[in-house]
Design a protein around this ligand. Structure first.
Ligand code: 1PR
Length: 582
């Protein structure tokens, strides 16, 4: 690595920019191959001003709908980068890096964007990189590599180490240690922001001057950098609720007269997440409604046997966001029999919700390969892509993951063709949740079956002391020859980034989570586990967090019926010394 000193006065200087003007700019250079024929120059233009357009670099490899929604929510228009010149001519540029580092650099190098980005950043133009948009600035990344980055910041981006007890990916709301001169982060010290990543850059003497905040997850890592007008963040402001919107506003509208909101908080580490789940299906009148079952039976016990209707999906999701839900999940519970891409109202619900909900949105149901009545084939990747385009941040796979795990355990071969493998390869593991729907099967002896069993806390109906958890498909309708333990371990290997662990026996019962099951699975895997099914009161959340290694807890019925507000769950957890995002 050689260090080149450029005199920034050789570039056009930017009125209103901070820090770098008239100072020699020290840049660490890696051997990036510039196209010699291209001679980029950066257009002189006023920063900020009345121009309400933001230039967005979407290189086409992932889900950037969330950042689009956040920008529009703040009242700005988006201009998409089509050519390297669009980068050079941008007044302010956002690069929401998504996907995988190697393929991102490949695309950016091939189409001349990398070179344009380097020129833009070296000239101290307003830039905000998000996630991979931060990694890009470093010398290289170990993700599918090593692969060279732009080399502007000294350091190598490496993977979190799960052997020290930290689950990878790092998913959730974590605290920042903010330096005073961060500008866009100035008012958010001690508040949580949302992270989702497996790779990180670490602070060193060489990159110290770039760092505007750090975060701790097993080790200290760089959560943001700032130099002059150049900012990049490891977390996702577009998914960090009101705090995130405030960060984006400070970058996009630095001179706006928006009343300053001063945030107070006591964030110190990764918070336990509280998730609201909406099971969605069409009722007998053809309306898409939020429903909720008892042990997966969503019909009323009346003569009409109608589907329970607990509200409208978009309204409820919006309300849960305002109430403080850390994430919102939609499960299209009849997706196993209906084709999701034919379910336009469901996609519409996702679109409307994501326009106003700035915490992560997960959607599941029906993600599998499908051939329609006209013989047209759709891959599970196409189905997932449509969900992402409609505003989902993560997708959740149920039945199809069971079949993939069974096949993998039988053959020991990863074909790369399962929905799980295909979607995680393109969108990253962190975007793929596997939803497990197990049913408890009691045993008198742990040796009765070939699946992992547990000694149960509460004996079975005939005094049984053991149980295994049989996986099901098609909304619990069919039991499969695989246990939840075996499934969880297999899907982790196949590329799942998180597990949503339901329990049919506990669903809708309000008697608490199945601690035996959640302990079994959260001890078996090193990816985050979301505990689900059975929450009836705030104490059930503190129970699951203190007795298991669950990273998040999800509930449906108690929130829909307004029995326990999300905020009171969080107040209770705080009182019990469990860190949550407030
Ligand atoms: O198999 O990929 O099509 O996905 C179908 C998805 O739909 C799966 O994630 C599966 O869990 C879900 N699903 C299918 N049928 C039902 C049903 O209820 N009949 N809902 C269903 C599952 C379970 C929970 C529920 C918690 C918390 N819902 O997520 O929200 O148990 O409830 P509680 O707090 O009220 O106890 P595919």
């Amino acid at each position: 690595m050689d260090t080149t000193t450029l005199n920034s006065s050789s570039f056009t200087t930017v009125p209103g920019s901070l820090g770098l003007r008239n100072q020699p700019l020290k840049l660490h250079r890696t051997a990036i191959h510039f196209k010699s024929s291209t001679n980029f120059s950066v257009r002189a233009s006023a920063v900020g001003g009345s121009d309400s357009t933001v230039t967005l670099l979407d290189y086409g490899a992932g889900n950037v709908q969330s950042i689009r929604n956040a920008i529009r929510y703040l009242g700005l228009d988006i201009k998409d980068v089509q050519t390297p010149e669009d980068i050079l001519n941008a007044k302010r540029l956002i690069f929401p890096g998504v996907g995988a580092f190697a393929s991102m650099m490949d695309v950016l190098n091939k189409n001349g964007m990398a070179e344009a980005l380097r020129a833009y950043i070296e000239n101290d133009r307003p830039f905000l990189g998000i996630c991979l948009g931060l990694h890009l600035l470093f010398e290289s990344s170990e993700e599918n590599g090593p692969v060279k980055g732009l080399g502007l910041i000294p350091g190598v981006v490496g993977r979190f180490d799960s052997s020290n007890g930290c689950r990878v990916p790092h998913i959730g709301w974590n605290a920042l240690q903010v330096k005073n001169d961060s500008v866009i982060l100035d008012e958010i010290a001690n508040r949580h922001v949302y992270f989702v990543h497996s790779y990180r850059a670490v602070p060193s003497e060489e990159n110290e001057e770039w760092i505007s905040s750090t975060c701790n997850y097993g080790i200290d890592f760089i959560s943001s950098i700032r130099r002059g007008n150049v900012h990049a963040v490891q977390f996702h402001p577009e998914k960090s609720g009101d705090v995130g919107l405030s960060i984006l506003r400070k970058f996009l509208l630095p001179n706006s007269s928006v009343t300053k909101k001063s945030f107070e908080g006591k964030a110190t580490k990764l918070a336990k997440r509280v998730i609201a789940c909406l099971d969605v299906r069409t009722n007998d009148n053809g309306d898409l409604v939020v429903t909720k079952g008892d042990q997966y039976d969503v019909r009323e016990q009346t003569k009409e046997n109608e589907v329970r209707n607990l509200g409208k999906p978009v309204e409820l999701a919006g309300q849960y966001y305002l109430d403080g839900a850390d994430e919102v999940s939609f499960l299209n519970i009849t997706g196993f029999r209906d084709f999701p891409l034919g379910d336009l109202p469901m996609l519409q619900i996702l679109r409307y919700t994501s326009e106003n909900v700035f915490v992560p949105l997960t959607v599941g149901g029906g993600i599998r390969d499908f051939t329609d009545a006209n013989g047209r084939y759709y891959s599970s990747l196409e189905v997932a892509s449509e969900y992402f385009r409609s505003g989902a941040d993560k997708i959740s796979i149920g039945s199809d993951a069971v079949y993939a795990a069974e096949e993998y355990l039988k053959t020991g071969v990863k074909t790369g063709k399962s929905s799980l493998e295909q979607i995680s390869r393109v969108y990253g593991n962190q975007a793929v949740v596997v939803s497990i729907d197990p049913r408890r099967q009691y045993l008198t002896s742990p040796y009765e079956v070939g699946f992992k069993s547990v000694k149960v806390t509460n004996l079975g109906p005939n005094g049984e002391e053991y149980a295994w958890y049989q996986c099901t498909v098609n909304g619990g309708r069919e039991g499969r020859p695989i246990g939840a333990y075996e499934l969880a371990k297999a899907v982790e290997e196949l590329g799942a980034g998180e597990i949503l662990l339901n329990c049919i026996d506990c669903d809708g019962q309000g008697k608490g989570f199945d601690i035996d099951l959640i302990k079994l699975i959260s001890d078996a895997v090193s990816i985050p586990v979301i505990a689900s099914s059975g929450a009836g009161k705030a104490e059930h959340f503190s129970e699951v967090f203190s007795q298991t290694n669950a990273s998040a807890a999800l509930a449906a019925g108690i929130f829909h019926r307004k029995e326990v507000p999300i905020q009171s769950v969080k107040d209770h957890l705080l009182k019990k010394g469990i860190e949550v995002r407030m």
